[in-house]
Design a binder for this molecule. Sequence first.
Ligand SMILES: Cc1cc2nc3c(=O)[nH]c(=O)nc-3n(C[C@H](O)[C@H](O)[C@H](O)COP(=O)(O)OP(=O)(O)OC[C@H]3O[C@@H](n4cnc5c(N)ncnc54)[C@H](O)[C@@H]3O)c2cc1C
Ligand code: FES
Ligand code: FES
Length: 362
Amino acid sequence: MIKNEIEFILNDKLIKIKDIDTNVTVLNYLRINRKLTGTKEGCASGDCGACTAVTAELNNNKLKYKSINTCITFLYNLHGKQLITVENIGKDKLHPVQQAMIDNDGSQCGFCTPGFVMAMFGMYKNKIKPTNNNIDEYLAGNLCRCTGYKAIKNAARKMYSYGKNDKFSKNEKITIKLLKSINKNDVIINNNKKQFYIPSNLNNLIKETQKLSKFKLLSGGTDLALEVTKQNQDIDTLIYLGNNKDLNYISIKNNYLHIGAATPISDLIPKLKNIYPSFANMFYRYGSIQIRNVATIGGNLASASPIGDSSPALLALNCSLLIQGKKQREVHIKNFFKSYRKTSLKNKEFIKEIKIPILKNC
Ligand SMILES: Cc1cc2nc3c(=O)[nH]c(=O)nc-3n(C[C@H](O)[C@H](O)[C@H](O)COP(=O)(O)OP(=O)(O)OC[C@H]3O[C@@H](n4cnc5c(N)ncnc54)[C@H](O)[C@@H]3O)c2cc1C
Ligand code: FES
Ligand code: FES
């Protein structure tokens, strides 16, 4: 049955929402609707990290934590996830990452601090070893204009010495149970003549795209959301692909790497490392961890921007794309791009898969 509301856990409470504008970002929802103003707005374009929060999603019965830029994440993307904000992590007692920031003088004016704390929290929850490289990788999406990075990096280096288990580890079973209780059916939000669709599988996605006359597909939103936050546009109908299980996969079959179009780049990197290490390394310079945690290759290709970083490598690797409309067709990448920001995608079609040949001696 189709639901008309989304459900997610805001810190530790299950929330249902249906009556908020479908173009509202997580950041504005937190600050305006919930008065949770710890999460800051610096740039509203995913560049400064001041708005960083962390999501937890179910993955093989475990929680997978991801730092995100709330300024370019639409509220309704949160369906089925937990959102953790800076107010909550140290509610009863300072979190190890917060204590480390204090003891290492990691903050001056404090504007960037909640973002850094949450980026560090994302690193902590993923149990990342605090080496120089790893700290750079996890904090590269956060800017500070007064403290300087030395003190902040020292805090990251020492955060585990303040405790390796936090309240989130202790509450893991409860969180998993709550996330499992969320209905995984399709969602359609209708609000003030705007719609937000969350088809849960490929068939339902095909049905919706064939039925609707005008819509925009939303994967990570790291290109699309800027139309709202920077260009002040309204997007009437959004179809969110991020929760679609049939577009979220990586597999190897018959000497091809098959990547579901909605697979986040951060999930792809570890798999790509064994096949094309230089291509995988290139992705460490792609935006920041907050961007890579949600951004997809599908979105990068469909944007058809000449500065898109995945296309040169994919062209060199002779990849092809599975394009899905009423029927499916395969298009070689060299025939996919038509001109500046123009592709061969027809009305009602979307990218379903990126198919990369696994070449020997590469
Ligand atoms: C701070 C920042 C840093 C960035 N750094 C880089 C960088 O280093 N290199 C780089 O190349 N890019 C970068 N980008 C741009 C962006 O992150 C990438 O292009 C990203 O891969 C887009 O993917 P997405 O899933 O977020 O796409 P979305 O924003 O969801 O979608 C982008 C476009 O593709 C369409 N679309 C999405 N999925 C599909 C699909 N499956 N089929 C058909 N159409 C689809 C959407 O309708 C939209 O028009 C950056 C962006 C930001 C904000
Ligand atoms: S406000 Fe700068 S990244 Fe979100
Ligand atoms: S402490 Fe002022 S910007 Fe970082």
